[in-house]
Design a protein around this ligand. Structure first.
Ligand code: SF4
Length: 765
């Protein structure tokens, strides 16, 4: 697809250089150290890299820009408190490579758009603000003042504030996020979509409705002392590798681990602690006791089958399986749930889950006998039409056991990007609560809007409909991260101006509005010096701990600004500083934290508490059995097991990440654990499905999606025989996003359904 500039919205559909090896049976260990050092040495130099890594996730250091996995409250490892993917993330942001004005003068946006996302990411750190004029083919340097003035003028020229949209990626610090939402709301809109809309929105919705808080309830210590951890639809070995250390501690304390996933993941199998020479010699710790290879979206059926068996046992031994006292005093809806379980057919649930009775009975026995249970989950549960229901069913089974709000038990949605949870806490949400808005109004003497804004999916539709004139992106790579890539690209090209606050180049700098501005910002690991001196920012991890993060490196260019300074610069240009003193906030982030303290619950004495090295826990009602629902009770829900079918010969496709990528950032071309190297255009298929369709290993196919009478295509994939559940297949995100229909979303959360895409395969040649 091409626009006025003839740019390519989709990455090239050409092959790289596929090499297949065996799927690995052990995660981390020496190969992870070698891989980390290779990336560090290539991108930033080995000594500079090691020095920097020693400060990552330490109490006096900076927060890993990768995932949101928490750090231990107590002592942290002197050998390094990071994983292979954390090392890759830091190698990527502290790279020695630079994208300068000369680079942009040499390469047109059309040419850049024809390159792979891997090439764009590897080009280096952007060193100066850049401007792409309407009709122009090349970005040109622009001063900060002129860039802010252009954005301010454009915002002022809009017919309505709702013609502007402000997207946030989960790397954004608390301070930048708070200032950003304040800017949008002072301007007059709640158009604040974020990357949460596309990942854990279903968790937020399901948990808020049942236990009164849209966050998980457990701490790291809970994982260590749990008797049973079930990991559902999640690949911790690649996406949150330090979680493996916590799972290992649970195992060593006698806990059991169950993995539920249509694809067996190496990280769930055996973990070799790279900091423990004995573990390396002995070959590591086997983590998973029971692996359940569910069909894609067979999770509710599995949970229901387990609950049927639990209820049978509870009937025989009343009060010995369920926590009846907890249920009687602190929950609502128990009788209805029991009636629902009794009405369900065990055989049908087994059939729908894709599992066999024996393996389900074995896991049900664990649920029957254990009292301290944690369920962890990620996109495998949330990115379904029934994503909210999946989360509610998880809550159901935990409530039956009273496994919430006590040590070793609870809900654990594992968050992706490093501050995605904190950004929500700071008010990045299109549906803000009245209490928060009125506090902003009082604090700043402004009138914030009450009308809800658009989420990520709605913002794409609004842009397609011509309702969005200015789209500002606080980090991220919207074009690649969102569903229906081709349509999303067309939507963004419909805008008059797009603004990207970025550290590095990506596809979203190529597919733009008529005018485009790149505002290059400091990264997590960079020193941040403002008028009042050296600054730090704060972030919140997946378990609700808020802590400081202070970069160490000299910034790659003197022309960069911090994210808070950029937000304040844009806001001042658009609205002046009469009501909100944007300049004061940019000069000293303590000022922003004072505003946060005054307007958001749980941040009392923020500036003092956050200077305590390990940070502090935010209040979490579910953790204390003080449920934040209207009746202060936890609620059981009636959830139907979905039984979505696809046409004969079609497959259910889900998107997955490789071990060499984090979200849309491609660190390398290998998927080491799965034994797939040098190529990303692959489709992983069950050998029986391949046989039925007459396909052989590495045969080339096109993927054709069918949804609601619409056809979507993504060409050139090599078929790989893999032990994925029958009838299902997997392809890498973001290449396959073009097949995720914009209108296929989760009920109650509007999260794109990236884990259940009906496709057929078309042989090539
Ligand atoms: S587990 Fe996550 S936060 Fe920790 S080092 Fe790895 S990528 Fe970074």
């Amino acid at each position: 697809m091409s626009d006025k500039r003839n740019v390519q919205i989709l990455p090239p559909e050409t092959f790289a250089n596929l090499k297949l090896t065996k799927m690995k049976d052990k995660a981390v260990g020496i190969p992870a150290i070698i891989s980390s050092m290779r990336h560090i040495s290539k991108e930033m130099g080995i000594w500079r890299g090691i020095k920097l890594l020693n400060k990552m996730n330490q109490k006096d250091g900076f927060d890993c820009p990768g995932c949101a996995w928490p750090d231990p409250d107590g002592k942290r490892s002197g050998l390094g408190e990071y994983c292979e993917n954390g090392a890759k993330a830091i190698a990527e942001e502290a790279t020695k490579h630079r994208v300068t004005p000369e680079f942009f003068a040499k390469h047109s946006v059309e040419w850049l758009s024809e390159q792979t996302d891997f090439f764009l990411g590897k080009a280096g750190r952007i060193t100066e603000p850049m401007y792409l004029a309407k009709g122009s083919s090349h970005y040109e340097p622009i001063s900060w003042d002129d860039a802010f003035a252009k954005i301010g003028e454009k915002m002022k020229s809009l017919n309505s504030p709702s013609e502007a949209v402000f997207y946030t990626s989960g790397r954004t610090s608390n301070e930048a996020a708070y200032a950003y939402q304040l800017m949008a709301r002072q301007f007059g809109t709640n158009n604040l979509p974020d990357c949460s809309n596309m990942c854990h929105e279903s968790s937020g919705a399901g948990l808020s409705q049942t236990v009164g808080i849209g966050k998980g309830s457990v701490t790291l210590e809970d994982l260590y002392e749990s008797e049973l951890i079930m990991v559902m639809g999640q690949n911790p070995g690649t996406n949150h590798p330090r979680m493996l250390t916590a799972l290992e501690k649970c195992k060593k304390n006698g806990g059991k681990i169950v993995s539920v996933n249509p694809i067996p993941e190496t990280g769930n199998n055996t973990f070799v602690d790279p900091q423990n020479p004995l573990a390396i010699m002995k070959g590591g710790t086997k983590l998973t006791d029971h692996y359940l290879q569910v069909k894609v979206n067979g999770d509710v059926a599995l949970l229901k089958a387990i609950m049927i068996l639990m209820l049978e046992e509870e009937d025989k031994r009343p009060g010995e399986v369920f926590d009846l006292e907890f249920i009687a005093t602190l929950t609502e809806g128990y009788e209805e749930l029991v009636a629902d379980i009794r009405s369900a057919s065990f055989e049908a649930m087994i059939e729908q889950s894709g599992l066999n009775e024996k393996e389900v009975r074995e896991v049900a026995d664990l649920f029957i006998s254990k009292k301290k249970i944690i369920i962890c989950w990620a996109m495998g549960l949330t990115q379904h039409v029934n994503g909210v229901d999946n989360v509610k069913e998880v809550v159901n089974i935990l409530l039956l056991k009273g496994s919430i709000g006590k040590p070793g038990a609870g809900t654990c949605p594992v968050r992706g990007h490093s501050n995605v949870q904190g950004d929500r806490t700071m008010g990045i949400w299109e549906k803000p609560k009245e209490g928060f808005l009125s506090k902003l109004d009082t604090r700043f003497g402004i009138q914030t809007p009450r009308e809800h804004g658009v989420d990520a999916v709605e913002s794409i539709q609004a842009s397609l409909d011509g309702k969005v004139k200015v789209y500002v992106f606080m980090g991220g790579n919207f074009i690649s991260a969102t569903p229906d890539s081709k349509l999303t690209g067309e939507a963004i090209q419909n805008c008059e101006m797009t603004v990207q606050v970025s550290t590095k180049l990506n596809r979203s700098h190529c597919v733009t509005g008529d005018e485009a501005i790149i505002l290059p910002c400091l990264a997590r690991s960079d020193k941040d010096e403002q008028k009042s001196g050296l600054q730090f920012v704060t972030v919140e991890n997946s378990m609700g701990v808020v802590h400081k993060s202070q970069g160490r490196l000299d910034p790659p260019s003197k022309h960069l600004k911090s994210e808070p300074a950029i937000v304040c610069g844009m806001a001042h240009a658009a609205m002046g500083s009469e009501k909100v003193n944007w300049k004061e906030m940019a000069d000293n982030y303590d000022t922003i934290r004072d505003h946060i303290e005054a307007t958001i619950a749980g941040f009392d004495n923020y500036n003092t508490k956050v200077r305590v090295p390990k940070g502090f826990y935010l209040p979490n009602g579910a953790r204390d059995r003080n449920f934040g629902t209207p009746d202060s009770k936890a609620h059981f829900s009636i959830v139907k097991a979905p039984n979505r079918q696809v046409k004969t010969g079609h497959l259910i496709m889900m998107t997955i990440r490789t071990h060499d990528q984090y979200n849309t950032t491609i660190y390398g071309m290998n998927d080491r654990y799965r034994g797939i190297e040098g190529e990303r255009r692959v489709v992983l298929m069950n050998p029986e499905d391949m046989k039925e369709q007459g396909l052989t290993n590495t045969q080339v196919v096109n993927l054709v999606g069918e949804f609601d009478g619409e056809i979507r295509r993504s060409n050139n994939y090599k078929v790989i025989s893999y032990s994925i559940a029958k009838g299902c297949c997997a392809t890498y995100f973001p290449e396959a996003n073009v097949l995720v229909p914009l209108k296929s979303v989760a009920k109650g959360s509007n999260t794109p359904v990236s884990k259940f895409i009906e496709i057929k395969l078309e042989k090539v040649g």
